[in-house]
Design a protein around this ligand. Structure first.
Ligand code: ADP
Ligand code: MG
Length: 265
């Protein structure tokens, strides 16, 4: 009865090497502890193996999420959990929560556009959706439009624009923050159009912008390209209209608001 529980030193010495080779770091860290407990308590082999594998899977998922979040460059504190929906009556919480659950739009490569004045919460709302999508296993990239345009222009100069676009293709959603601050006088911004055209009906783009489409002539090299870009972006898109006062300004003036509206509901 006791014989099977006797550990073989040579076997034990090989285990960590094999776990390293198989890239199972959690099992490597925990197996002796689990083995001791298992020997002590007389676990069936199935239970020992199952418990160890479960730990590896749990930690692998945790590591994967942490990596995806780091790769996303999303602002860490802008989540839906701390987004105050009451501050934006034009936006339905249920609708945003459905978008955060992916409800098909990501799989179909549909887009998401948020418009409103500075401070309205566009970046926060879209970043919050981004975080929720990462939790669901999607890959998200958050980037200032200016920075991405510069990166793509550099790639074009070095004749590696297709390679750079292909790299971006691994993201289910690219969030272009502050599109209206991209300026064609940075050079020509048609790289942005190429990104939009390349992802059209395949991969999702989210955009935050102060100015809706009418002012986008400033962003693209010419009117025809503006029209073509807008056309592709809105063809399958959800638009969040966030025409509210700056959240920062409102948060800074609570006393005054209370005085001027003493019995607001
Ligand atoms: P925008 O991108 O529209 O200029 P931001 O999303 O950057 O605005 O919001 C400005 C600041 O106010 C940020 O610190 C953001 O977290 C906060 N904020 C804006 N709207 C909300 C909201 N509804 N609930 C909580 N914080 C908000
Ligand atoms: Mg913003």
């Amino acid at each position: 009865m006791n014989a099977p529980a006797t550990a073989n030193a040579a076997d034990a010495a090989r285990v960590p090497l094999m776990l390293t080779e198989l890239r199972l770091p959690t099992m490597k860290r925990l197996w002796t502890q689990f083995a001791e407990q298992s020997n002590r308590e007389g676990w069936p082999a199935e239970r020992f193996l199952g418990a160890l594998l479960q730990q590896e899977m749990n930690e692998r998922e945790t590591r994967r999420l942490a990596r995806a979040r780091a790769d996303s460059h999303l602002p860490a504190d802008k989540t839906l959990a701390n987004f105050d929906f009451a501050a934006v009556p034009t936006v339905s919480k249920a609708h945003v929560m459905a978008l955060a659950e992916a409800d098909g739009w990501i799989a179909q490569g549909h887009n998401l556009l948020a418009f409103g004045p500075p401070g309205a919460g566009k970046t926060h709302a879209i970043a919050g959706i981004g975080h929720a999508l990462i939790d669901r296993g999607y890959k998200v990239l958050f980037v200032r439009t200016n920075e991405l345009v510069q990166r793509l222009q550099a790639a074009r100069r070095d004749l590696r624009l297709p390679a750079e676009l292909a790299k971006l293709d691994r993201f289910d959603l690219i969030i272009l923050d502050d599109l209206s601050y991209a300026r064609r006088d940075q050079a020509e911004t048609s790289v942005l159009f190429e990104l939009i055209a390349e992802r059209y009906e395949r991969r999702s783009i989210a955009i935050t912008a102060n100015a809706p489409f009418s002012a986008w002539d400033e962003v693209f090299p010419d009117k025809a390209m503006t029209v073509a870009a807008v056309d592709r972006l809105v063809h399958h898109a959800t638009i969040l209209e966030m025409n509210v006062d700056s959240y920062r300004r409102r948060a800074a003036l609570p006393a005054r608001r209370q005085r001027s509206a003493p019995q607001a509901q």
